[in-house]
Design a protein around this ligand. Structure first.
Ligand code: ASP
Length: 345
């Protein structure tokens, strides 16, 4: 069966060239496609002959360090405009913030039932040893699943090297390894080696059959704070008092531990009186928060603190921004505590 695959190019190393000594900068899709013979000449290189592609560029193409919630919104609208007419979607994106964008989009899309596959590369497509061709080809198999008699992955996922990872479980773990991403607390959704293996039992299916839609707002009124030995949250308390923020991702030690100092009580009571949420996460890549396991985490057993369990930093931050952007104060805690897109175990 012929699949219709929509590819949105947003920038990133995948399509970058060294522009006159100024460092790597993104080039145009027209330049890139010459280096993708299996896509450019579908009849001669018959592998993708059963796929009907639509290509679009999100202008201006960027290094993904420049990604913003407004760009997430634009990407989401592009998927929505093409949702009914396509079977799967590929977002070509820089790797630096790929895990943030994948997490953010997983919350934005309501009732998703088609694959949205994010991918990029560690070496540009113009480089003889690029990983871009493998990454994009693998993404095409996942997005164009119908043409290859594969199961549908109805999720926002990251396809990188041989792995397909749930987007909101992914983290960038290497600046140069072709295996650039991992999903420390959740198994791969699929592996593309000589055979393609999709772990169907792990797939997240939307709980309703309602129409696909978007909730695209993100609040910037958040901070992410990493606790370190000797850290004193006095500046954080001042910020909470100023009412300029509505939420904090607090990256605690181990299973939710903090230094035992009374100043943390002050932070919690300021958060309570200003309705500032604290989403507690762990600094450890593996494992989860267990508030109350140690005396040093008991202080966080408070109604203004949400136990982030095993959520990644990227998913925690984007979920907090998204929840504050789209829901009333009274609803926020419950949504943050709940697993809404497979982001927590
Ligand atoms: N700085 C680049 C970006 O995120 C890195 C990459 O794509 O690998 O756009």
């Amino acid at each position: 069966m012929k699949s219709k695959v929509y590819i949105l190019y947003t920038g990133g190393t995948f399509g970058m060239k060294n522009a006159g000594g100024n460092g790597l900068q993104p080039s145009t899709w027209e330049e890139i496609i010459d280096y993708l013979p299996a896509i450019k000449n579908q009849t001669f290189f018959h592998y993708f002959s059963e796929i009907q592609f639509t290509f679009e560029t999100l202008e201006p193409v960027i290094d993904s360090s420049d990604i913003t919630p407004l760009i997430w919104e634009r990407i989401a609208h592009k998927v929505q405009e093409n949702y009914e007419s396509h079977d799967g979607f590929i977002i070509l994106h820089g790797t630096d913030t790929l895990a943030y964008t994948a997490s953010a989009l997983s919350f934005v899309f309501q009732n998703l039932s088609k694959p949205v596959v994010l991918t990029g590369a560690q070496l540009p497509i113009f480089h003889p040893r690029t990983d871009g061709i493998v990454n994009l080809s693998n993404a095409i198999y996942i997005a164009g699943y119908k043409s290859f008699q594969l199961a549908c992955i109805p999720e926002v996922c990251i396809c990188f090297n041989d792995d397909v990872l749930r987007g909101n479980r992914s983290v960038k773990t290497s600046t140069n390894d072709f295996e650039g991403f991992s999903s420390p607390n959740f198994s791969n959704l699929a592996n593309l080696e000589q055979q393609i293996l999709i772990n169907e039992h792990l797939l997240y299916h939307s709980s309703t059959t309602d129409k696909f839609g978007l909730k695209t707002k993100f609040s910037n009124n958040v901070v992410s704070v990493t606790v370190f030995p000797g850290y004193n949250p006095k500046h954080l308390i001042d910020l909470v008092k100023s009412k300029k923020i509505e939420g904090i991702v607090l990256k605690t030690f181990g299973a939710g531990n903090l230094p035992t100092s009374d100043i943390w009580h002050e932070l919690i009571s300021e958060c309570e009186s200003t309705n500032t949420l604290i989403l507690a996460t762990t600094q450890c890549p593996n494992g989860k928060i267990e508030l109350g396991q140690y005396e040093s985490s008991k202080i966080l057993k408070n109604s203004i603190v949400i136990d982030g369990k095993d959520i990644t930093s990227e998913a925690a931050l984007t979920k907090l921004m998204w929840v504050i952007g789209n829901f009333d104060v009274a609803e926020r805690c419950a949504i943050l505590s709940r697993n809404i897109r497979g982001e927590i175990t």
